[in-house]
Write a protein that binds this ligand. Sequence first.
Ligand code: CDT
Length: 337
Amino acid sequence: MNVAAGQFGPIAKDEPRSKVVARLAALMRQAHAQGSDLVVYPELALTTFFPRWYIEDQAEIDSFFETEMPGQQTQALFDLSRELGIGFCLGYAELAVENGVSHHYNTSILVDRSGAIVSRYRKVHLPGHAEHEPWRRFQHLEKRYFEPGSGFGVVDAFGGVVGMAICNDRRWSETYRVMGLQGVEMVLIGYNTPRHNPPAPEHDDLSLFHNQLVMQAGAYQNGTFVVGVAKAGIEEGVDQIGGSCIIAPSGEIIAACTTKGDELALARCDLDLCNSYKRTTFNFDIHRQPEAYRMIVERKGQHLMADGTQVPPRIAAVDASEAHQDRMDDFSKTRPR
Ligand code: CDT
C-alpha cells in the first residue's frame, strides 16, 4: 500500500473553502502522480484552527462546521478521488443533527478509491479548556466547541485494517491499544499542534520530540504503521509544528516532511510487516495480562473513578500499601543477605 502524508501549510481565517479544496486537490493529484493509493490530510483541514479564538456568536462558530459530507464545496474532492482512483482521509468540523439535536464533533473520514466514505471517526481526547482564559496568548477551546466521540473503530480498507485518531489522541497509549486489539495495521492521524503550550511553556522546545515519541511508541507497541499529518506553519499568528511522518511497525520513521507548508511525504507500506511484531513481541493473545490492567478502565485518573466519583481513600491507600508490600517482599526474596 502506497501512502502519502498530505501536510498542509496555514489556512487563513478568511480563506474560502473553495481555495482550500483546490489546495487539497493539488496535493491529491501529486500523490496520485507518485503512485499513492491514499493521501492523508490534517485535522480540521478545511478551515483555520478556529478553537484558538473565543467566539460567542453560535452562527459564527457554526460557519466553521460542515453540515454534510460531501457538501457543495467538498464534492470536488470526492469526484477527483473517484476519477484518479485514490483514497483520502480528511479531518473537518462536523455539525450533525441526530434525533433532532445538534452535535458538534471534531471528525475525520476515510474515503476509498471509488470516492465512497468507508469510515468516520469523532475525536475522543479533546484537549484544552471550555471557558475563556484571557491570560493565554491564544485559546484552545476544543472542550467548548466539540463534544467527544465514543470510541476507536477500525475498518477493512486498502487491503488492510485501518483506524483513525485525531491530534491529541496520539498522546494517549489507549488510543493505539484499543485499535491494536482490533488488529489495526495503519493508524491515520491528522493534527494541529501549536509549538507553544500556554499552561506548560517549559515543554515548548520538546513539541516535535513529543510528537515523534508518542507516534513511534504507538506504532511499535501495537505492530502498526502510523501516518501523522500536520497543519503546520504560522497560522493567524500561531506557530504550529510540522513534523508530518510515516512510521513503520518497527517504530522507525520511513518518510517525513521537511517544510512547514503544503508538502507530501510518501512511503510504500508493506502491511505484512505488522505480523513480524504482532506475532512475536506484541502477540497480545499470548503475552497480555488484562487482569493486571483493570484499573485502566475502572479509574479515570489518580483521584476519580471512571464514573467521575472520588477514588475511595481507604481503598486507594490499601492498594498502594499492598503494591508496596508486594514489591518489598519480592525485593527481600531476591536480595542477598
Ligand atoms: N488539536 C490538538 O488536539 N492539539 C493538541 C494541543 C495540546 S497542547 C499539548 C495536541 O495534542 O497537539
